[in-house]
Design a protein around this ligand. Structure first.
Ligand SMILES: [Zn+2]
Ligand SMILES: [Zn+2]
Length: 317
């Protein structure tokens, strides 16, 4: 099969012709139709996440068909132990021994992947593979972050890329107002935000009164910026797996029961809830399609900030 391999962090992915992987007991062999690119892929490729499997096939937003023809999606959470305190308390996202697709398990930048059936999701028929792929991490972990942000009406999104464009549609359907904060002068992202239902879009240093904020961009300086905008009792949720250092800030910004928290990974329950929600809420996404061979170009576009929306690798000829 064709695949792209990360041999070493900070090196470009290399195209490879590999033997087709075999599915062991409890695993599905999946012919990949589409795999969306996540910022986490970039963090792995750039060496910002420690100890990836090497060589590695990146990619954890996979949609494809099993050998029996069933359409499934493969998310970031690839395996959990089932016996640790976290697993036994419904918090398998925090499992001590969790394994992750496209990081510690080979992922979907390939024609075929193998995944533990217990962690795969049936995919809604209403979506094409390319439409469904970004739902598997941007949508799903974004949904977990969205629920962590609480019930307040005015919601700030810092960074308007793959996850924010999906969550803006969920928020709007819930009767909430989305305020989109982007890099200063990023008019393309601000236009996308308005198109996806944001009531306001502007630079990340601007002031708005928010009930909660979700930070999707990997920039620690956004934490005090978001705290400045969140009203008393509000939460700032950091939705990414990696972030640059958070600068010091006066305690006054946190005072009055404001909270800062991170969101890690997903549970299978999050997936069931999210995909159930989508049955009555059609999500559309702005996507740029790349053939598998151009995975490096997709990563470069995401890294530079020139990508608008989501990059999706199409694996079929
Ligand atoms: Zn566990
Ligand atoms: Zn992801």
């Amino acid at each position: 099969m064709r695949a792209t391999l990360l041999h070493r962090p900070r090196e470009p992915l290399a195209l490879a012709d590999l033997p087709e992987p075999k599915a062991g007991a409890g695993a599905l062999r999946i012919r990949v139709e589409a795999c969306a690119v996540c910022r986490t892929d970039l963090h792995v490729a750039d060496g910002e996440l420690a100890e990836p499997k090497l060589p590695l096939i990146l990619g954890h937003q996979i949609v494809g068909r099993t050998d029996e023809g069933r359409r499934v999606g493969v998310p970031w959470l690839g395996w959990t132990c089932g016996v640790c305190a976290y697993c036994r308390s419904g918090r398998e996202n925090l499992c001590d021994r969790a394994r992750f697709t496209g990081y510690t398990i080979d992922g979907g930048y390939a024609e075929i992947c193998v995944a533990d059936e217990r962690y795969c999701f049936p995919m809604p028929d209403e979506y094409s593979a390319e439409e469904a792929a970004p739902l598997l991490c941007a949508g799903l972990i974004g949904f977990r972050a969205y629920r962590m942000a609480g019930e307040g009406k005015r919601l700030g999104f810092y960074g308007f890329g793959s996850a924010a464009q999906i969550l803006a549609q969920v928020a709007r359907a819930d009767g909430r107002e989305v305020y989109a904060f982007t890099r200063d002068g990023d008019v393309a992202a601000q236009a996308l935000a308005r198109e996806m239902g944001a009531v306001w879009a502007g630079g990340s240093g601007e002031r708005q009164a928010l009930d909660a904020a979700i930070i999707f961009a990997p920039a620690g300086a956004l934490v005090p910026a978001a705290l400045r905008n969140v009203v008393k009792g509000g939460t700032v949720v950091c939705a990414g797996i990696h972030m640059s250092d958070i600068p010091t800030f006066p305690y006054e910004l946190l005072w009055s029961e404001r909270a800062v928290r991170s969101v890690a990974n997903l549970t299978r329950r999050d997936g069931q809830d999210f995909f159930a929600r989508l049955k009555t809420l059609p999500i559309r996404t702005r996507r740029t399609i790349y053939p598998l061979e151009r995975a490096n170009d997709a990563l470069a576009a995401l890294r530079s900030g020139e990508l608008v929306g989501t990059a999706v690798l199409r694996t079929e000829d």
